[in-house]
Design a protein around this ligand. Structure first.
Ligand SMILES: Cc1cc2nc3c(=O)[nH]c(=O)nc-3n(C[C@H](O)[C@H](O)[C@H](O)COP(=O)(O)OP(=O)(O)OC[C@H]3O[C@@H](n4cnc5c(N)ncnc54)[C@H](O)[C@@H]3O)c2cc1C
Length: 321
């Protein structure tokens, strides 16, 4: 048995989701190989080789692979899958993985199993259905199992000092069906949402984009990433990269603070692995209180500044002690 993991990277550094995907791959059994398809991406490939449990890294480097275009990365993976005997191919269920893996499944004429949260056996997997309200146990009958795995459900394989062999492979031709016109990078000092230990998320209750900024001092005081409900994103209060839930990101922080969020099932689908949930909502009947460990029934515009002041005073006291 050999498992191929499709690496997510920016040509220099690997996205941490790749290490979570390797964590899942190791549970499938057998060797784990990684495909790093990019351009001038030898640094990312070397880091990939340091992930514990990775036996080999395939490196395909060409300009048409520079931006992780799904059409070209999938073609590269299919080329490798045609040459080598793999039993599984998987990637993290990130935006990248969700775009690349269905193309690989279609190319293999295989059924993809998406959003795997547990590897029960090499061919049996658990995945949430109905917005996380039920868990399906699914058996894959295809010769090559095609999976996306939920990063928050698997421990990240650590980096170690031994480097796996990195083997060059011939890059595929440009599919020519899509091209990258521009790349806009969001630079933020905040923790990345999907791996943050603390997340402060805002909903429609914030009322406006200006209202949404009330979360920033709270996030600063808690060292938190900021997230949003879909209603807040659709209303333009927050960027869609911040959306948490069924059609957004899945988070697994130690502390999740939901501010002005009602707790629709599609939102809860993204926070099921949060350890402690705190809800601030002026409606005592809001469904978020059904899942919250601590709830404050009050106007958020009173509570959030008061919390910030209390946290800052607490920090001052600790510094003075
Ligand atoms: C197919 C599908 C996929 C979806 N995917 C997602 C998803 O990924 N993520 C997601 O979040 N949603 C998703 N949704 C939308 C979801 O159903 C809800 O509409 C959405 O989550 C509601 O967002 P909200 O809680 O911010 O808004 P609302 O439901 O409008 O809740 C706002 C809350 O703010 C409270 N509030 C208002 N003012 C204040 C105040 N001053 N102080 C304190 N509290 C206040 C209100 O009491 C209310 O509970 C999806 C829906 C569908 C159909």
């Amino acid at each position: 048995m050999t498992v191929l993991v499709i690496a997510e990277h920016d040509n220099v550094s690997l996205h941490v989701a790749t290490r979570h995907a390797v964590g899942a791959a190791r549970l499938c059994g057998g060797d784990v190989h990684l495909l790093v398809a990019g351009h001038d991406c030898a640094t990312a490939a070397r880091t990939a080789g340091r992930i514990a449990g990775v036996a080999k890294v395939w490196l395909a480097s060409a300009p048409q692979l520079a931006h992780g275009l799904a059409e070209n990365v999938a073609a590269q993976a299919l080329e490798l899958l045609a040459q080598e005997a793999y039993t599984h191919v998987l990637a993290a269920a990130s935006t990248f993985g969700k775009s690349v893996m269905p193309r690989i499944a279609a190319g293999l004429d295989a059924g993809q199993i998406s959003d795997v949260t547990r590897v029960v056996a090499p061919d049996i997997f658990e995945r949430p259905i109905h917005a996380g309200n039920a868990i399906a146990t699914v058996q894959a009958l295809d010769a090559i199992k095609v999976l996306t795995v939920r990063p928050t459900s698997f421990n990240a394989a650590p980096l170690d000092d031994t480097e796996a062999i990195v083997q060059d492979m011939t890059p595929v031709d440009d599919a020519g069906t899509a091209r990258v016109v521009a790349v806009e990078r969001t630079v933020s000092a905040r923790a990345e949402l999907t791996s943050a230990r603390v997340v402060v998320a805002g909903g429609r209750g914030l009322g406006s984009g200006a209202g949404f900024t009330v979360l920033e001092p709270l996030a600063d005081a808690l060292g938190a990433a900021i997230g949003a409900s879909r209603a807040a994103v659709d209303a333009g209060f927050a960027s869609n990269t911040l959306q948490i839930g069924q059609t957004g990101k899945v988070v697994a922080p130690a502390l999740y603070v939901a501010v002005g969020i009602s707790g629709a099932i599609q939102h809860l689908a993204g926070i099921g692995d949060a350890k402690v949930i705190v809800a601030i909502n002026k409606d005592a009947e809001a469904p978020i209180f059904g899942v919250a460990d601590y709830g404050i029934v009050a106007d958020l515009f009173d509570v959030v500044p008061a919390l910030v002041t209390a946290l800052q005073e607490d920090e001052q006291k600790q510094l003075a002690a």
